[in-house]
Design a protein around this ligand. Structure first.
Ligand code: CA
Length: 490
């Protein structure tokens, strides 16, 4: 009970602090003009491995443009997403809340326009917060947060949307268009959403470029439009690369003749296309004289999928896992003369922190009732101080009849996998989670697991499941069965 009370107080205090800050800032005499507010370019990759960018040490995959930005900015070595796969991770970027609290702990079903589900409308997206204070807001690429009209990006605070609404997409238009047309002609009622034509603000378009190149082109267009509108912008550039299907251009694969494995070489080519694309967007920022006034955030939505060409070294496991490789992601911030250059920020931070951080940057307002799980980290990052002293970062992956869980605070991480007992790792000395210290430090383990248990009290039942069997099994096994997950056994 004490934990619950403490947690409630903590949320209340954070909420009060955020609201007060917004109120004071907005009333200040030297309030910034809209045109002086910083732009935010948020570049999200899909299933990009921790070790699949040059700035994190990849010897195989070249990412010269990303590396230059990272070197001129701050690299985060302990950046966490809130879930080790796509939909829930993205939901919490948009809402600033753990997905389990808003029934969004599973991916939306494929072809979810037929299911009619989406991230609850009661949740105000960060895009809406920024739009409300004069930002021109754009989402380009993968959505995966609801495919019916009421969940459309244009209804969630994005002035402009170019991309696709489902959880993934094929890359070569001549291929996916042919497959789509063939299936439609054959009268197939539900066509796999990876094959659907792209859209621009709800209107189908005839895209002809390789998908990553098309998204980069649209990002350039958006930057130019924002400049013409004389508005600060928030651009959510959600590349679906290097998510499957593994499809790269020959010219990009040709850069990696050193890689013999076909999947790995294709994957590398897909990452290289993102790198080329980011250079185009950066060039557009410079051309429009916006480069110095733009925070660029680059990261992945979850860990790389090891069976599909990714490498998360030195992290354990990958996409879907509660081990570090599942939800600790490559990330950097770049913002000339604001974010320290040539810096590494090694304290843990969460993508939950973006919502309050971006709101503060934009002098926006967070509603009094809004749940917030993150905090404004900008000043801590600039000063190189720990933004999350004595706080927790959670990961909870539901599986059939049990859940995997990770709980980190400071250097310590408690980890529960399947039927194993809880393990404890010192991530500062043991980033690969190989040396279980639970016997030496049982009180540390107990502290972390109790925090996890208290956190789980805020979770609700899922509003959807990725597939029918998943939902059936969930109820058959009386999930989430937290009393078992957070049982220490001593
Ligand atoms: Ca993903």
């Amino acid at each position: 009970m004490n934990n619950l009370i403490n947690k409630g107080l903590k949320f209340l205090l954070i909420g009060l602090l955020l609201n007060c800050t917004a109120t004071i800032d907005c009333g200040a005499v030297n309030k910034k003009k809209e045109t002086d507010k910083p732009n935010i370019l948020f570049v999200l990759c899909d299933d990009l491995g921790y070790n699949d960018v040059g700035f994190n040490g990849s010897q195989e995959i070249k990412t010269p443009n990303l590396d230059k930005l990272a070197a001129d900015g701050t690299i985060f070595t302990s950046a966490y997403v809130s879930h080790p796969f796509c939909g829930p991770s993205r939901a919490s970027i948009m809402t600033g809340v753990y997905p389990h609290k808003i029934g969004s702990q599973f991916n939306l079903p494929a072809n979810d326009e037929t299911i009619g589900k989406g991230i609850p409308k009661e949740e105000t997206f960060i895009s809406k917060v920024l739009q409300d204070v004069g930002y021109y807001t754009g989402a380009i690429g993968k959505w995966h947060l609801g495919a019916t009209e009421k969940f459309h990006p244009n209804k969630r605070g994005f002035d402009d949307f170019y991309g696709f609404l489902g959880g993934g997409h094929n890359y070569f238009p001549e291929q996916y268009r042919e497959a789509y047309d063939r299936q439609k002609k054959a009268g197939q009622k539900v066509i796999f959403d990876y094959l659907h034509p792209l859209e621009h603000n709800g209107v189908q378009v005839n895209e002809t470029e390789y998908l990553t190149d098309a998204l980069s082109r649209e990002a350039v267009r958006f930057v130019k439009e924002a400049k013409e509108k004389k508005q600060p912008f928030f651009l959510y550039l959600a590349y679906n690369a290097p998510h499957v299907p593994l499809e790269a251009k020959e010219e990009d694969m040709a850069v990696f003749t050193n890689i013999k494995d076909k999947d790995r070489r294709t994957y590398a080519g897909m990452v290289y296309a993102v790198d080329r694309g980011v250079r185009r967007v950066v060039d557009a920022l410079k051309k429009n004289k916006q480069f110095d006034n733009t925070l660029i955030v680059f990261l992945s939505d979850n860990g790389g999928k090891l069976s599909k060409g990714a490498d998360n070294y030195p992290l354990r496991e990958g996409k879907g896992s509660a081990c570090e490789g599942g939800y600790r992601v490559p990330m950097f911030f770049h913002w000339p003369s604001k974010i320290p250059a040539g810096n590494k920020y090694e304290y843990p931070i969460s993508t939950l922190d973006f919502y309050p951080t971006f709101t503060a940057m934009a002098e926006g307002h967070i509603g009094e009732d809004k749940m917030i799980d993150g905090k404004d980290i900008l000043s801590h990052v600039i000063k190189g101080e720990n933004a999350r002293e004595n706080e927790f970062i959670y990961c909870l992956r539901h599986r059939t009849a049990y859940s995997d869980a990770g709980i980190r605070s400071g250097k310590w991480k408690a980890l529960k996998l399947k039927d194993d007992q809880w393990a404890l790792y010192d991530l500062e000395k043991d980033i690969s989670e190989t040396n279980d210290l639970s016997k030496q430090y049982p009180e540390v383990l107990k502290f972390l697991v109790e925090a996890g248990k208290a956190w789980s009290d805020s979770h609700i039942q899922p509003y959807w499941f990725h597939a029918f069997p998943e939902g059936k099994l969930w109820y058959e096994h009386n999930m989430p069965r937290f009393e078992e997950t957070f049982e220490l056994g001593f």
